[in-house]
Design a binder for this molecule. Structure first.
Ligand code: GMT
Length: 389
């Protein structure tokens, strides 16, 4: 039997870190020779150009007039089963419990128990939806019917145990970044367009939902700017955007704050910045802080959820309690005023991103899980060599 696996991947293709992680993982698995089938409602936004070993299957949802709500869940379950049979998939790897893990369970019922299901929990599927009594039973069923469940932080594993009241095995597989994409870019010329040489540049990237506490980002920046001449760049869009534009105006900071909207080349933009701000209310991991770390940019933010597993306080950034913008601002001022401290922290960021959250390492962790559920031996890789490369 070939080592090569046939893997179906489902995720939310058009937004958020879970879609990014699922898509990047699929690309890496395809590079390693596995056959990857994305089964989603639209082409994943990070998929980009044509890739060898990657196939795409669109989930079409019927809008028949009797339906008040188009049945995405059933359309997805049927498509998963259809693709699994047609392509003889070994397994489905679904990202985000609702509804993807439930759909994969239904597909497995249709196809047979040889089709394995791996579910990855990303955060709000547990920390928000899992708290909802109307959802927790179906999430528990989906997790217990999965052949393996993974979560992106220890904190999320703990949250899942509490919210869903299950003792199902949950493997830890941290988020990762592709080191060939996320590294400090030379942006000297571009930076002149955004900040003067004597100014510092702070950045926040998110989907502008209340959970990101973007008002806190502005409050931290306002304090920092009193002591260290700075500018703030926002990347992304979402429900809080117009409220935040008003807040910036009210504080008289319009000249110093730039709203860039959604951007594709995140590594390039992050490389422009000195500090990433991430003061979230909830964050199972905080992929954007890892992206910053891999570009040598320290994060200052809250100690919510899984962030402390990623950012080591005082080494690769600074963390404070949720809402404590004063302390976050003090940390930023100290860091931005001390070039020696900044250089050491930036270097620590690069080292940590490369050794702990290296794409090769995390891809192997997922492969180990795939081979385990399939009962097949894992091909041998030298992880240390891969991460050094
Ligand atoms: O934020 C969400 O609502 C969903 C999700 C997403 O699709 O972006 O974000 C979560 O998954 C990311 C990838 O694993 C994590 O890095 C984010 O921390 C996590 N968001 C939250 O927990 C709020």
């Amino acid at each position: 039997m070939s080592d090569r696996l046939k893997i179906g991947i489902t995720c939310y293709p058009s937004l958020g870190g879970s879609g990014v992680v699922a898509t990047e993982l699929g690309k890496l698995l395809a590079e390693k020779g596995h056959e990857v089938h994305f089964i989603t409602h639209s082409v994943p936004f990070r998929l980009g150009k044509f890739h060898k070993n990657i196939y795409y299957h669109e989930v079409e949802v019927s809008n028949y007039y009797v339906f008040k709500y188009p049945p995405y869940d059933l359309a997805l379950a049927s498509k998963l089963a259809q693709v699994a049979k047609m392509e003889q998939l070994d397994l489905l790897h679904v990202h985000y419990a609702i509804p993807h893990a439930v759909c994969a369970y239904l597909a497995k019922e249709m196809v047979g128990s040889h089709l394995k299901v791996v579910t990855t929990l990303h955060g709000t599927d547990i920390t928000v939806l899992g708290q909802d009594e109307s959802m927790s039973d179906i999430i528990r069923l989906a997790l217990e019917k999965s052949d393996a469940v993974t979560a992106v932080s220890q904190d999320l594993i703990h949250e899942t145990r509490q919210a869903i009241e299950t003792d199902v095995r949950i493997d830890l597989a941290y988020n990762f970044v592709d080191k060939r994409v996320y590294y400090p870019r030379d942006v000297t010329n571009l930076r002149r367009e955004y900040a003067r040489p004597d100014e510092k540049l702070l950045i926040h990237i998110s989907n502008f939902r209340p959970v990101k506490r973007i008002g806190d980002v502005i409050d931290i920046f306002a304090e920092v700017n009193k002591k260290v001449k700075s500018r703030l760049m926002f990347v992304g869009e979402g429900p809080e955007l117009s409220k935040m534009i008003c807040k910036v105006k009210e504080l008289g900071l319009t000249e110093r704050v730039l709203f860039c909207g959604k951007q594709d080349d995140v590594a390039q933009i992050i490389s422009l910045a000195d500090v990433m701000l991430l003061p979230s209310e909830k964050e199972s991991f905080g992929l954007v802080a890892l992206e910053a770390m891999a570009c040598g940019v320290p994060t200052i933010g809250s100690n919510a959820g899984g962030i402390p597993e990623l950012i080591t306080h005082g080494e690769t950034g600074y963390l404070a309690d949720i809402g404590d913008t004063q302390t976050m601002a003090e940390h930023a001022i100290r860091l931005l005023s001390d070039p020696g401290l900044y250089e050491a922290m930036s270097k620590a960021c690069l080292d940590r991103a490369r050794t702990k959250f290296c794409n090769d390492l995390i891809t192997i962790q997922y492969e180990e899980i795939y081979y385990r559920v399939l009962g097949r031996p894992m091909p041998m890789y030298n992880v240390d060599e891969l991460c050094k490369a």
